[in-house]
Design a binder for this molecule. Sequence first.
Ligand code: H79
Length: 686
Amino acid sequence: MTIRPHTKIIFPLFFLLSFFWVATLNANQSASETSSLREARMKWWKEARFGMFIHWGLYAIPAGEWNGRTDYGEWIRTSAQISLEVYDQFVPRFNPVQFDAEQWVRYAKEAGMKYIVITSKHHDGFCLFDSEFTDFDIMSTPFKRNILKELSDACRKYGIKLGFYYSIMDWHHPDYLPRREWEINRTVQGAVFERYVTYMKNQLKEILTNYGTIGVLWFDGEWEGTWNDKYGKEIYDFARQLQPSIIVNNRVTTGRQDLKGFTVEGEFAGDFGTPEQQIPATGIPGMDWETCMTMNDHWGYNKNNNNWKTPETLIRNLVDIVSKGGNYLLNVGPTSQGLFPQPSIDSLIAIGKWMKVNGESIYATHSSPFRFLPWGRCTRKDIDSGVRLYLHVYQWPSDRKIVVPNIFNQPNSCYLLSDPHRKSLLVTRNEDGLIIELPLQAPDPYVSVVVLDVKGKLDISNPPVFSSTHKIFIDLLQVSILSDRESQEIRYTLDGSVPRKDSLLYTGPILLNSTTLISARCFRNGKPVSETVQEQYKKVIPLSPVSLLNPSNGINYQYYEGDWDVLPDFSKLTPIKSGELEKLDITNANSPDKFAFRFTGYIEVLYDDVYTFSTNSDDGSRLYIAGTLVVDNDQLHGPMEREGVIALSRGFHPIRIEYFEKTGGEVLEAYIKGHRLEKQLLKFYK
Ligand code: H79
């Protein structure tokens, strides 16, 4: 059973849990910029919350179709393996006579968007602007009108901020490396990557000096091994010198982990994270981010794809993102004639209609103070008398009541944001929180917003959070329970029952010596003020070791080739080569891309303990001990570390590490950490 609290130390509750309001310093902040200067630079962007992405270029001409396949987009040159010579023939065909920059900007404005980010150059290398440094630009087309110039003038006229997307990867420039692997007759001879970096700088100087103030610089295509952190920082500084207030995304350098869009902790991350086609489960304290997303399945125009998101989805995405503290950059892929697809226009108008009524709940608001709301989302804004909560109701309740859970502030006023008369809604309190009585009919078919003004500083009780080194243990485990509020008690049970006012009072870390289910809940004045949370802690028997007669350093490997997006089933494959290596090493691959390794050997641990193993890999990897999957780091991604735990007895244990690489950079490392063992690279035996 359990040994009761053995210490009276009150834990520093606030460190862990004050994340909803803390504005931490950005780890990447350049030394010369104070946090208040950074805040001033980011202000317009953080208040804007909603912007338009535009993917436009030569790829709008094939419109997603090539040799009978119809699912291409802006990647068509590479995905359909179109040679440079053939792709170049789109240049004399690019003549978007219906392009009207002001109309595009009006669409954005109409939708309630505050900024536009357009592809000045996508991966295909084609430039929508007049560049001195290449002929592969708009001036070589019959159109001969500088798109960026017209758009920047229109944006200025309508008060919309303009940003430029600029691809680091460039499938056209002779000095960019690597080539696509199917481009067998495009020689790399004479290619000098440094010269490509100079080309980039020259072009960045053009787009950052010829079009007035530019709000955002949005890099992409940074993941091929040729780009690195040194270039990234250099280019970031270069951009900031030319436009001191510009906001630069994290793809300027190489720390982005995958399409989740956030940079590896501790690495330079530009000014904001870039989740792509996805919305993070929660925001990240002190981290600015922007989800970019398509309206159908493609960024560039695809004439056959009709998988359009509904206005409801788009509006709810915006609300969801803003409630988590992010921005929404919603894409339009115009046609080769220069027109927005009609379904995009329709959605922009529908969003705009919603924003005209409800925009106040989006612009310049902050993330939700609630961890979870069953009926929708919340954003908030500080006002003189306290805090204004915007309650975004997705499911209009049939009993006409919504609960604002565990809030102690006194309500000041409450009304529907759509109601010009601001007719008061009845607010009462019960033990769950504030209860708001709504009218029978939802004012909006997609998301209805209720305004709730409360007095003073927010006083909301979220459920407590458990903290321990692991969820499994061998002998004893110390578990802490933390709350984000000082003025309340935590009560807990160890038998799975819901904590009551006379349950055990938490006063300090709990020491467990057997498998236990802990349930915890916050109380104030003897009344429960939060939901109950539970966690199971499992006592385990550490894995028995194996005996090795003559252990020597080294590891066995099998090498495979193939084109995978996830780890293959190695049992069905025949290795191309195999042998022994001194350490975990993928440098003896025969090919730069599309290969896999399977390593087998033994590791030794010196104590019985719960060990944390991790792999850092690009692309996917998995680590097994004695056949048990411990680390699952599969999938396509940039360098990314994932961990897992297992209890081991002192001695040798069989280990297997699987790894694959599709394209781009490659890395594989494996680490171990224990209570008495600092994190270190694994050593292998055979
Ligand atoms: O411009 C649009 C797309 O054309 C471009 N980004 C958006 C804004 C895009 N290019 N590629 N992708 C999106 C998907 C690529 C994913 C991967 Fe990777 C590249 C998988 C592995 C390398 C990103 C970097 C995820 C892991 C590392």
